[in-house]
Design a protein around this ligand. Structure first.
Ligand code: AMP
Length: 396
């Protein structure tokens, strides 16, 4: 089935038009500066990229621009929008209500709206994308695929916070976890690469601009590093990861920050950017560290150290590990960080093959022949998961 996959942000919208079976991508692109002026970048494999300035006061004009270019006789890839069988939307927060993807109807929209307080930055934008598609292509079925859904198998001891229980009961405060679609895709590939054993324990390391780890037993998430929101876990590009809440009170008191300013610091100015003062991009940090920048080196050391701690913790709670998967920008491309993360874990049966690890962006087994634990590099494909879910729900 030919599926249009949409990932709508507050001022941007990514799209990918693809075949759900096999994953062939016919076209993909990005609408930027929605609500400001509007720019479309459209890419078709084997052709030159197209960049157009198109006014996009709202997401409606952005979706219209995407459909227009898709049917354009020169730049397009289809004759009519009827060739789009269904639309799959990435939605950040589904709360505890969504354990899997669902067809978008009034009840689904209401449930996504209910989750806005849990995902205040993303859910409203995701809804704008959904509503724009409903308006502009009313006859085309739409599906919501939630970043949180795959994590809903966590047991209570993993998702409960040790604060008064009433906040869980009345206010839905609990660990939700994110990057679920990515963890689902790469862990399924890993289980396949392990030969589909009856019992499997996988640690999936999604290391990108935002990063999270997940402990996955027999294909089901047992624990994950992000929490109520995507700020939790280990240090990321600009996000702090877990911090002692006392820091908030201390800094807010000293500098008169309100909670918004404080959270902005933790979300946008922290992580490896905050430690290094250099960049949130790990390529810049590698370069700076190689030139002797001590803080860049400290930021990288901290990142590796914290990822290692999660690997140790997850191995313990799963009673062992069969495979460690590296994915997303850093996980797929940083040969050195993968090496550093696995270094010193030989006592756990984790042995990397340095030569095999000399790879970027390609699915492969990088563990040594005698490694008890497999180490896989698996490029993530969230769009394919979204397209597959959409096709399977709409095909029914
Ligand atoms: P993502 O959010 O998955 O797109 O990942 C983006 C991040 O991947 C960038 O911020 C970089 O830090 C990182 N990245 C991409 N390529 C490399 C590379 N060759 N070496 C180290 N980090 C990389």
């Amino acid at each position: 089935m030919k599926i249009l996959v949409i990932n709508a942000g507050s001022s941007s919208l990514k799209y990918q038009f693809m075949e759900s079976e096999g994953g062939e991508v016919f076209a993909k692109g990005l609408c930027e500066r929605i609500g400001i002026d509007g720019r479309l970048t459209h890419k078709v494999p084997g052709r030159e990229d197209v960049k157009l300035d198109i006014p996009m006061p709202t997401h409606n004009e952005a979706i219209q621009a995407v459909l227009d270019i898709m049917v354009d006789p020169e730049k397009g890839v289809i004759q009519s929008t009827d060739e789009i069988a269904a639309v799959g939307h990435r939605v950040l927060h589904g709360g505890a209500a969504f354990t899997e993807s669902c067809i978008i109807d009034d009840a689904c929209i209401e449930a996504i709206e209910k989750c806005i307080p849990l995902g205040p930055l993303h859910n409203p934008a995701n809804l704008m994308g959904i509503r724009a598609c409903q308006k502009i292509m009313p006859g085309t079925p739409q599906v919501a695929v939630f970043d949180t859904a795959f994590h809903m198998t966590m047991p209570p001891k993993a998702y409960i916070y040790a604060i008064p229980y009433e906040y869980y009961e009345k206010d839905d405060v609990r660990r939700y976890g994110f990057h679920g679609t990515s963890h689902r895709y790469v862990s399924a590939r890993a289980i396949d690469m392990l030969g589909n054993p009856a019992h499997s324990r996988v640690i999936s390391c999604h290391l990108g601009n935002g990063s999270s780890l997940a402990a996955i037993v027999d294909g089901k998430v047992m624990d994950t590093s992000m929490g109520l929101g995507p700020l939790a876990g280990f240090p990321m590009g600009t996000r702090s990861g877990d911090v002692d809440a006392t820091i908030l009170e201390y800094l807010m008191g000293r500098y008169n920050y309100d909670i918004k300013e404080m959270l902005n610091i933790l979300n946008k100015k922290s992580g490896v950017l905050g430690i290094s003062g250099v960049s949130s991009d790990f390529r810049d940090l590698d370069e700076a560290a190689a030139q002797g920048n001590e803080r860049a080196k400290l930021a990288l050391d901290k990142f590796v150290y914290e990822v290692k701690k999660f690997i140790g913790a997850y191995t313990t709670v799963m009673g062992g590990v069969d495979a460690i998967v590296f994915t997303a920008g850093i996980g797929e491309n940083s040969i050195d960080l993968r090496r550093q993360i696995c270094e010193g874990l030989e006592y756990m049966g984790i042995h990397m093959d340095a030569e095999k690890n000399n790879v970027r962006g390609k699915e492969c087994d990088v563990s040594a022949a005698d490694s008890k634990v497999k180490i896989f590099v698996i490029p993530t494909n969230e769009e394919l998961m979204i397209a597959m879910d959409t096709a399977s729900l709409c095909g029914k």
